[in-house]
Design a protein around this ligand. Structure first.
Ligand SMILES: [Zn+2]
Length: 97
C-alpha cells in the first residue's frame, strides 16, 4: 500500500488514511506551546531563528549546515561534544558551571 499523499513511499499510517511517516508528520505532527498548536517544522524554524541559526539570505545549504554543526559542537546543551578532525572520534567534554 502506497502513501496517498506522495504516492511514492510505503504507507505506515493507516488512520485517518494511508500515509507514509513523512506525510503523516507533515499533516498532523504539532506541538502545543503557550496555548497554541504549532506544526513541528514551524516550531523548529522559530527555535533556530531565536538562536540566530536560521538560513541567511543568499547562504548555501552547505554553509548553513556547517554553521549549525559548529554551533552544536560548542553547545553546553549538547555537552560540548567535539569531533576530532584527524580521527573523527567523538570526545565528550563535560561543561563546567
Ligand atoms: Zn507520503
Amino acid at each position: 500500500m502506497k502513501c496517498t499523499d506522495c504516492n511514492e513511499k510505503v504507507a505506515t499510517q493507516l488512520h485517518p488514511y494511508l500515509l507514509c511517516d513523512n506525510c503523516w508528520a507533515e499533516r498532523f505532527s504539532k506541538q502545543y506551546v503557550n496555548g497554541e498548536s504549532i506544526p513541528f517544522k514551524k516550531l523548529f524554524e522559530d527555535n533556530l531563528k531565536k538562536r540566530g541559526l536560521w538560513i541567511k539570505k543568499g547562504e548555501s545549504r552547505d554553509s548553513w549546515n556547517e554553521r549549525c554543526a559548529s554551533k552544536g559542537k560548542t553547545s553546553k546543551l549538547l555537552h560540548g561534544i567535539k569531533v576530532s578532525e584527524s580521527k573523527g572520534e567523538k570526545t565528550p567534554t563535560v561543561g563546567e558551571g
